[in-house]
Structure formats: structure tokens, C-alpha cells
Design a protein around this ligand. Structure first.
Ligand SMILES: [Zn+2]
Length: 262
């Protein structure tokens, strides 16, 4: 069976979308002036920021601009890499996790958020942010916006909160499958769509049936051609999924119930 989650199949996916008449917009551009038939490529840089640079170069070579959300942790936040990705015309946003890091202290979390946002704004005039799932924490980072208004911080979009997924189809590569987000603790959205894709080829084959607006979430570290790295990523992903499904999600749900959170 041909390997999935390589740059080769990623290119096939992009070419298929282009041939089907889709344009590409960065999240901030979509929010300000959405095209009719459009794909947004959202990249959450959870770890191994060099993989983000690799993917950013690849997209730029095809004339495509997308959106990269970086965390503040050292596995993700790399000024040199962020700077290079900015020069390619991609959008940079903050992949925030302040509420989880601050263990639910809202005031500390918003201060931390503001401070970190300023760091990213040294590289790019950040207008959109996207939560990190922090699936090891009982705190949902998005809850920060139940108490504070993101517009006060110059933010025009949080993809989980600001996009209508009855209109925009949401597809995420979480768990190295395109339907894993249905099982994910927080990386999921309310939607009327019921597509059920596992492998990337299934999306390619179904391109004529897809709605006009699509948001893909692709974690850069998952997309790799080099075989040893690909094998490592796949092995890690399998173990990590098992750990989450059989142990951590149950533990976190229990913690959330105990503290009266939903
Ligand atoms: Zn993340």
C-alpha cells in the first residue's frame, strides 16, 4: 500500500483541488474577503518546527499561501523559522494554550496570552489565533474567550469559534486519518457535513462531491517523504493515539466532570 501523509500525496491533493477550481486563501484573508470556491490550509505547529519550514517551502513553490499557527513552547517557537515562513507570504498566528498552562487562572492566562501575542507580532501582524488542544489538561483554552473579548486584542478570527462549519467543511489530519477529529477531545467542530475520509486518496477521489469552502488542518510534522522519519512519525502516532483513547481522554473527562466543567 502506498504511504499516506507524504509530500507527494499532499501535492496530489493540492493539484486535485486546483484542477477542481478551488483557490487558496489564508485564514485572515478568508475572514476579510472570502472567495466563493476556496480552500484554507491551516497548519498547527505542535512540535518539530523544521517540518513547518519544509511544508511552507513546498507550498510556496506551488504558489500557495497558507496559515501557520505556532506555539510559544521551544519545540514550536523558532524565530528564524517563523521569519523565513513570513517571507514566503504565509500568515502567522498564535497557537495559544495559556489557560491550560496557567491551570485555569483566567487573569494570569490573559496576561500570558497578551505577552506571547506581542512576541509573535514582532514577526508578523497577527490577526488570527487558534487554540492548541492541550488534551493533557482539563482546561479548554478557548474558554478564555468566554471571559475576554479577542477583538480587544486585535484578533479577527479563532477558527474554532469564528467559522461556520455548516458552510465550511472541516477536515483535520489528527491521528493520521481524516476522520480522527470525530474522536478527538477538542479538535472537533459542530457541522452538518458527514464525510468520512480515512486516507488522503479518498478525498482526492471525492473532490467533485466536496462543498465550495473547505478548511484543512494539517500538522506539518506528519507530512514527510523521507522513509525513516515517516516510519518514526507513524509509529509515534499509533502509540500516542492508543495512549489518548485508552488512558488520557478518560482521565481528563473524569477530571472535567469532577470539577463541574463540560
Ligand atoms: Zn496543537
Amino acid at each position: 500500500m502506498e504511504r499516506d501523509f507524504t509530500l507527494k500525496i499532499y501535492e496530489e491533493l493540492l493539484d486535485t483541488l486546483i484542477n477542481a477550481g478551488y483557490s487558496f486563501q489564508r485564514v485572515e484573508d478568508y475572514m476579510q474577503d472570502p472567495l466563493e470556491k476556496v480552500v484554507m490550509l491551516r497548519h498547527d505547529v505542535d512540535l518539530r518546527s523544521y517540518a513547518a519550514l519544509r511544508l511552507a517551502k513546498f507550498e510556496a513553490s506551488k504558489g500557495i499561501q497558507s496559515t501557520y499557527y505556532f506555539r510559544i513552547v521551544k519545540q514550536s517557537y523558532d524565530p528564524m523559522i517563523i521569519h523565513k515562513i513570513v517571507t514566503m507570504g504565509h500568515e502567522i498566528g498564535y497557537h495559544y494554550e495559556d489557560l491550560a498552562v496557567c491551570a485555569g487562572d483566567y487573569q494570569a492566562a490573559i496576561q500570558s496570552f497578551q505577552k506571547n501575542l506581542e512576541l509573535f507580532r514582532e514577526f508578523y501582524p497577527v490577526k488570527t489565533i487558534c487554540m492548541h488542544g492541550s488534551s493533557g489538561s482539563p482546561y479548554d483554552n478557548r474558554d478564555l474567550w468566554k471571559k475576554y473579548d479577542m477583538q480587544d486584542y486585535g484578533i479577527i478570527c479563532e477558527p474554532y469559534l469564528s467559522i461556520d462549519y455548516d458552510k465550511v467543511l472541516y477536515l483535520s489530519d489528527t491521528g493520521r486519518r481524516w476522520n480522527g477529529f470525530k474522536m478527538s477531545l477538542r479538535d472537533n467542530v459542530k457541522t452538518k457535513y458527514d464525510f468520512n475520509f480515512t486516507r488522503t486518496w479518498e478525498i482526492v477521489d471525492a473532490v467533485d462531491k466536496l462543498p465550495d469552502q473547505i478548511l484543512f488542518t494539517a500538522h506539518p510534522e506528519q507530512w514527510v517523504d523521507d522513509f525513516p522519519e515517516w516510519l518514526y512519525v507513524k509509529g509515534f502516532s499509533i502509540l500516542h493515539s492508543l495512549y489518548k483513547v485508552y488512558y488520557r481522554n478518560r482521565k481528563i473527562k473524569k477530571e472535567m466532570n469532577n470539577s463541574g466543567k463540560e
